[in-house]
Design a protein. Structure first.
Length: 420
């Protein structure tokens, strides 16, 4: 299946437009990372505390952020997650202690910040632990069992289970407990004396320590460097070293623009985003290899053509294949971005940007680098380096014999843009 037949677009003739486009976005990303926003590492890398909060109504992010500021929790990141109807918010705090006390500290800070007009002398049932409820019931003894700890432990657990499992963590009325499984009516009736209900509940608290974060940063950087180095070696053996260098520069260009976009938009870079970037390194490299393979084939068939014409022809011949594969992949990740939810938002966003930039760079960056290098060699009086097809049985690189005293093929040297 082909979208285009006999396409003849002068891609190399537009190389200065491509260069200007890449420079604008690359420089903007570098400036953002260096001077404006920095690299927006997520909590996985920088350390911090994540607090998951469930509301009984649709929360206002600005109101939540203002409450955090009043409580001294400045620069808290507020992010909606899950389905909109669930009314769930993720609060990212810059609290980096890793002890059990820090878990309670993060939770307590959020509760204190969000609780408004709390009745004096009463506790919030939506955020009370089973131990707090049990101790209250033992003192109150609504079932008249002489403070039987075992019975009230079971009652407290039944209340917490109903609140967290049946009501998703938030009770809207104390009357709901009157029909709750395992909750004695006398127990439910007594709760109004010591508890009130807020409009939110803290579902979970997670902490990532800064030491773990720094280790993850180092490992993420090493994973990216190793993947680029492996591609350089692979392409150096499959083609020539200049082809490997062109591919690695292209992939670095794609990675720089993708990370720069995250910095410009202040979108957190999490472990899943790193996984997406590593995926894009392979994806972009695959597109580049397809173009390089066609260039190698066409050099054998078009020996007297200029290299720029050969490269243009090769890009045009693979254009349909590029649009089909990249287009279908892009539609898939776009659907993931639109409907995958907040958990996959960073991962899918990196893929959306990376596929667009990776497809563009295989045409607009890799090929011009190859032609520019060959032209530079000719200007310096050196012989052009062609793809190493000698390994595959075709005409070998210029200056490299392939088993006889003359180059294989017709005995003529492959001609580049200025060779005669």
């Amino acid at each position: 299946m082909e979208f285009f037949h006999d396409v003849n677009i002068d891609f190399l003739g537009k190389k200065w437009y491509f260069l200007a486009f890449s420079l604008i976005f690359s420089v903007a990303g570098v400036l953002s990372m260096a001077f404006w926003h920095g690299i927006p590492w997520g909590v996985d890398f920088r350390g911090g505390t994540l607090v998951y909060v469930k509301f009984s109504h649709t929360p206002d992010d600005n109101v939540v952020r203002a409450a955090m500021d009043r409580a001294g929790l400045h620069d808290a990141k507020i992010q909606r997650y899950g389905q909109a109807s669930n009314n769930e918010v993720l609060v990212d705090l810059d609290v980096r202690e890793t002890s059990e006390a820090a878990l309670d500290q993060g939770k307590l800070k959020i509760i204190q910040a969000l609780e408004t007009n709390a009745p004096a002398g009463k506790q919030d049932l939506n955020n009370a632990s089973s131990l707090t409820i049990k101790n209250y019931l033992i003192d109150k003894d609504p079932m008249h069992v002489g403070g039987d700890e075992q019975k009230y432990t079971a009652q407290a657990q039944a209340i917490v289970d109903y609140r967290d499992k049946s009501q998703s963590g938030v009770l809207s009325s104390l009357d709901q407990l009157k029909g709750a499984p395992g909750v004695d009516p006398a127990t439910a009736a007594s709760l109004s004396d010591g508890f009130f209900l807020s409009d939110f509940g803290v579902r979970n608290v997670e902490i990532v320590g800064p030491q773990v974060g720094s280790q993850l940063q180092k490992q993420a950087a090493l994973a990216t460097i190793y993947s680029l180095a492996g591609m350089l070696v692979y392409l150096g053996f499959r083609f020539e070293w200049i082809y490997g260098v062109a591919a690695v520069v292209t992939v670095f260009h794609d990675t720089l623009i993708t990370v720069g976009f995250f910095s410009l938009t202040k979108t957190d870079i999490s472990l899943t985003v790193i996984a997406a970037i590593l995926t894009l390194i392979g994806y972009s490299n695959n597109d580049t290899i397809v173009v390089f393979d066609r260039i190698r084939e066409n050099i054998k068939l078009m020996r007297r053509e200029k290299l720029s014409e050969i490269v243009n022809r090769s890009i045009n011949q693979t254009l349909s294949r590029t649009i089909l594969t990249a287009g279908l992949t892009f539609l898939t990740v776009l659907a993931l971005f639109l409907f995958g939810g907040e958990v996959l938002r960073g991962f899918s966003l990196a893929l959306v940007i990376g596929i667009l930039i990776g497809t563009y760079s295989s045409i607009a960056i890799a090929a011009p680098i190859l032609v520019a290098y060959q032209d530079w060699r000719i200007e310096k009086g050196k012989r052009p380096v062609m793809p190493g097809s000698g390994k595959a049985g075709g005409a070998g690189p210029v200056g490299k014999p392939t088993g006889s005293s003359k180059p294989s093929g017709t005995g003529r040297t492959p001609v580049s843009a200025k060779a005669k």
